[in-house]
Design a protein around this ligand. Sequence first.
Ligand code: ASP
Ligand code: MG
Length: 491
Amino acid sequence: MKNLLVMKFGGTSVGSAERIRVAARIAAGEREKRPVAVVVSAMSKVTDLLLGTMRHAEAGDRAGMEANLAALRSRHEEACRELLPEAKLAGVLAKVHKIVGEFERIANGMAMLGERPPRSVDEGVAVGERLAALLVSEHLKAEGTPAAAVNARDVVVTDAVFGNASPLMEPTREKARAKLLPLLRQGTLPVITGFNGATADGRPTTLGRGGSDFSASILSAALDASELWIWTDVDGIMSADPRLVPDAEVLAEVTYAEAAELAYAGAKVLHPRTLAPLAEKKIPVWSKNSFALEKPGTKIVPSISVANGARAVTSMANVALVSLEPASPELSGVQVMARALDAVARANVEVLLFSSSSYRQNFCFLVREEELDRSVEALESALALELAHHYVHPIHVDRDVGLLAAVGEGMQGKPGLAGRIFTAISRAQVNVIAIAQGSSELTIAVVVRRDGLERAVRAVHAECGLGQRPPVPVFPFSPKKGRGGQGGPSH
Ligand code: ASP
Ligand code: MG
């Protein structure tokens, strides 16, 4: 749809009545100028609350369940009371209770079975977004903007990977257009649940934690939106985590590829899969702060003509390095690698970095700490025979590590850059454990000792001339630009 603006509000941007009021005002204001569709996350912390409730249910902890249900109810009731006029309150409260009641039935079923079937978890956890969509749409209506809550179950079609589903774009396009275009054409603002969808035969799914960004980009692509704005509680995408690097700055522009790499390597502003659906239509995305409307935010675009060196440095502390090494030369290292990767992929583990070396064919890969047990179990079962017969050395796990990644399209074909990054890390007295750089040269990823991670991030950030300090001149390749094209929020 021509001119359509899709806006996604994250959990903190709809985290209270006051924040919902701001979100609604932003959406209604833009709708005066052009058609707007809104995608919402659950109110902050509600998704964790729902997942916790279902875990209590599975464990048969009735008291824990009841306490969570009470918290869920009162949080949304309270927001309703603050957001809605007396005349509308009873009706909307009844809808809140109906949705919470559905969740209660799902949790009760789990308590009875002593089990948490993945598809029921997906149906249950989507309740957070449904409640948020209800509150936002009702408040918009009460303030005079025609709006309608839409359950993404009816518009986003996915595969059946419960908990981490992927969209099927063709059927989604059909459904989304059939359901949403008529609303938009008649001037109604659809408020769509983020995070969830359903298989073609109607089984409820979710897109993975933080998946509302992804929902918004899927719908932007399906509706041929002209722009997507993602509202969060930070000023945009930054050159580093400001808690680690005091002079980190907000980037005015990054490319899709850079944003995706940064999200993947730990920058929390955006779900890593968000940009993929937008590539074909080159829909621009803005990452904006709903707590600081005057800040311009970061614009994410398909490409930037002037790109120079690294654009940002990101890091992840809660990771673990898993190493494997065939003990017998008879065993093909590549085959062990293939089977190991297949095993972790089946366990739905994300491999953050992979590196292999030497004729001894050892290799290692990095996973999130919370996915470590799952990874090791998967490897142990896939390689049980080889491990039992000592064809493969025992699996080695190192938790005392952190990941640092320097990201930038401008790093491509820049001789000396990797050298400077490693020199900076070693000058900071930090030990490098594993390294990876894909041939796209978009990211240099380095695994370092955990206690040196923050120092290494600061050193690389400074070395790459990012932030507000002047670059440290070493070697002939001093980065001239400093911040050309990626200055602070000044435009
Ligand atoms: N509410 C979901 C979560 O917390 C999805 C999202 O916020 O994007 O993971
Ligand atoms: Mg989120």
